[in-house]
Design a protein around this ligand. Sequence first.
Ligand SMILES: [Zn+2]
Length: 82
Amino acid sequence: MNSVMTFSRNAVDPDSISKDPDYSSNFKVEIFFKDICNLCKPTTSLESKCQYCKEKMANDMVFWQIIHDILNVIYFLTKSFI
Ligand SMILES: [Zn+2]
């Protein structure tokens, strides 16, 4: 399955491109990509990813885990002090 993500002028760079008259108001960036897995979704936890994704993401898994852990700490702290 092929997918496309479209980003408007503001989404690409709200500070400079959106204010630059050299860029059309219709300026957009489209990123076309092909899904490599039909089993996992972006919301699938790292632990639950299929073996194929785990192998493909092997070099990045540690960084994703760090990001996940940081977000969990922030969530915990936010909920603890409100
Ligand atoms: Zn997968």
